[in-house]
Write a protein that binds this ligand. Structure first.
Ligand SMILES: Cc1ncc(COP(=O)(O)O)c(C=O)c1O
Length: 475
């Protein structure tokens, strides 16, 4: 760390107050050093990046290392046994092992299926899970749409779909309610329980202990770790969900287009793929219209894997490991706490608060995203699209909308079931509904929120710059 930088910080009284409130922050200074070396483009462009839940950022060195490997190697389609093919296969298999090692998952217990993103991994579960009449697909209200979407497969096979509500405004689940739902499973049927380890709307981290509560009652468990994995340690030797979807670009920015389903071998055998494709079979006959699926993971990997990009996942995981997930988590929580505390202090001249926060306002069991709306001095919510526009003018990247998480959005924004029913059952809305029509249905209430999210390279200045921007919205 440069002395100049250090002095600059230490003479700043707000920074001193921050350190007093979050004394663990200096233990993460190594991240500032890396930012200075590997992410200079942020400073060069004066970019305040606050959409890490949307996508992580890659280090220059990650890209250089990957580029070197590409320039040095001869890599061919892995579906052969020639030298170029073997080179690709070797690197893919090394990456699978590296992923298991990163999540502390035993190769006897878990395997890695590559997909194009977390949604692709979720689709594999949805289309193959043996739902039937009598089965239940149980999920919390705050799931991403790619988890919600599995309900279509469940319903098509005659299963029941049930949602566990959350309590706004803090957006947590009452555990007694969860237990009531879990007790209702029908024995002898395949029942699947899905929840996010961290909500991509409220950033609530649900207890991972739920996994064993559900297992003990006969449920299979899908833990959506897409928003959790980038800034939290997920240890699959301690917690053993059956299916874990991940998008790697959320963890370390590069590569995009590669995700994985970490699946427990014992439960994976239940899945029945609805089709076959190149790469997924041992033998397929056209004359006899018969096919034999390969063993997993190949049975679940349709067509040719992204063999040039997959090895870059190891580079990204090495980068995170060299910093340490616990350190990344500590830093993100310090920054989130400071952001929450300061946002809550912003008031209009008449004393009304400037923001309404959806989700926890302390740092307990939460991640590094803050969902909120700005409210004017008369108490009206400011349109999130306008906020994004204004933030963009200040070169601040934030996410707005409902972040593909409609359940959390409906609860947080108090959009009632009757409003939704009357909107969806209108004859002119039978097939098509635009965003503006939807807003009319809910009486022009806020239909979305603003999300600020911290990650790997966030720093104190990012928070301060956002707070300066926020204060321009007062009165
Ligand atoms: C919690 C959660 N699950 C799933 C997804 C889907 O990820 P992807 O769009 O990479 O498939 C996201 C993306 O934001 C997410 O935050």
């Amino acid at each position: 760390m440069s002395k100049l930088w250090f002095n600059h910080r230490m003479t700043n009284s707000r920074y001193e107050s921050f350190l007093q409130a979050y004394p663990a922050y200096p233990s993460t200074y190594k991240i500032d050093e890396l930012r200075g070396k590997d992410f200079q483009r942020l400073e060069r462009q004066q970019h305040v990046y606050l959409d890490y839940t949307g996508g992580g950022l890659y280090a220059d060195s990650q890209v250089r290392q990957h580029q070197r490997a590409l320039l040095d190697g001869v890599f061919g389609n892995p579906h052969s046994s020639n030298p170029s093919s073997r080179a690709s296969t070797e690197r893919i298999e090394q990456t699978r092992s590296r992923i298991l090692q990163f999540f502390n998952a035993s190769p006897e217990e878990y395997l890695v299926i590559f997909s194009s993103n977390a949604s692709g991994a979720l689709k594999l579960v949805g289309e193959s899970y043996p739902f039937s009449t009598g089965s239940t697909y149980l999920l919390t209200f705050d799931n991403h749409n790619s988890v919600n979407g599995i309900r279509e497969y469940a319903l098509a096979k005659g299963a029941t779909v049930q949602y566990i509500p959350l309590l706004p405004p803090r957006m947590r689940v009452e555990e007694v309610k969860l237990l009531e739902f879990l007790e209702q499973s029908r024995a002898g049927c395949n029942n699947l329980f899905a929840f996010p380890a961290q909500s991509n709307f409220s950033s609530v981290q649900h207890p991972l202990e739920w996994i064993e509560l559900a297992h003990a009652r006969g449920w299979d468990v899908l833990l959506d770790a897409a928003a959790f994995a980038p800034t939290n340690r997920l240890d699959l030797s301690l917690y053993k969900p059956d299916f874990v979807p991940i998008s790697f670009y959320k963890m370390f920015g590069y590569p995009t287009g590669v995700g994985a389903l970490l699946a427990r071998r014992s439960v994976l055998t239940k899945l029945r793929r609805p089709w076959f494709a190149g790469g997924t079979i041992t033998v397929a006959s056209v004359t006899e219209k018969k096919h034999y699926l390969a063993d997993a993971p190949a049975a679940f990997e349709d067509g040719t894997l992204d063999y040039l990009n997959i090895p870059a996942v190891s580079t990204g995981l090495n980068y995170l490991d060299a910093i340490g997930m616990d350190l990344i988590h500590t830093r993100v929580i310090c920054l989130t706490g400071w952001m929450l505390q300061n946002l809550l202090e912003l008031k209009h001249r008449n004393g009304l608060p400037l923001v309404k926060i959806y989700g926890p306002v302390d740092t307990r069991a939460r991640g590094g995203a803050v969902a909120l709306n700005f409210v004017d001095a008369q108490g009206n919510v400011l349109d999130h699209r306008w906020i994004e526009e204004r933030a963009s003018q200040s070169n601040i990247s934030i996410r707005t909308g409902c972040f593909c998480n409609p359940g959390a959005g409906e609860l947080a924004l108090e959009i009632s079931s009757s409003e939704l029913t009357s909107c969806f059952t209108r004859p002119d809305h039978a097939q098509r509904l635009t965003y503006d029509e939807f807003r009319l249905c809910i009486n022009n209430k806020a239909s979305g929120a603003v999300r600020i999210s911290f990650g790997l390279m966030s720093n104190f200045e990012d928070v301060e710059k956002f707070l300066v921007f926020a204060s321009t919205l007062m009165d």
